[in-house]
Design a protein around this ligand. Sequence first.
Ligand code: FPP
Length: 226
Amino acid sequence: MIPKHVAIIMDGNGRWARMRGKERIYGHYEGTESVRVCCEFAVEAGVEYLSLFAFSEENWARPEDEVTGLMHLMARSMLNERPTFQKNNIRFVVIGNRSRLSEELNRDIDTAMEETSGNTGLTLIVFLSYSGRWDIEQAAGRFAAAGAPEGKFSTFLATADIPDPDLLIRTSGEKRISNFLLWQCAYTEFYFTNTLWPDFRKNEFRQALDDFASRQRRFGKTGDQI
Ligand code: FPP
């Protein structure tokens, strides 16, 4: 079975670059090629939602030149990929604490989101300046203010109209969630690989999907009930 929603923590760019005696940003640039390949493969495989953790709230604490470089990379990728989104019928969405992004980047994000809002193929969600706790906190505030009934909490999360991830992939050998989709991953299957993100391409993605297909998801029920 193909997961409807795949989320990825793209990790290991810095190490990939350092292993080659290069600056960390070089790994991020190579990582954008993996992003492109994985989007293409997601479309090919029939994945409906692809979520990418591109920049966490905690990442703001990285050295200034790396943060600037990453923001520049996001802006450049968005500009370059817009025609590809249209060609491949991809709906592009950015989720995160956008008040921390520059006005210019926010404008480019809005343009790309508006331009692709009618596309009906893959929904590509880039998480920028995002953290799961930020999301829960902002949702809790709005939930309380609205006096909303029990059971409706998830409709206040930034991911309200997106189904929970079926599969979460993390590259580079780290085995933690790092404040990504905390609420949304309640029943998500996790897949960890030692492959560094710039090396995570079609074959690695296919392997993760094959592994997912072999899992039995029980959602709290017994195996006999499935
Ligand atoms: C983690 O590797 C990676 C990031 C913090 C950035 C990921 C961003 C991209 C791949 C850029 C392009 C994204 C899009 C959506 C266009 P790390 O730096 O933590 O690596 P390390 O653990 O080896 O230091």
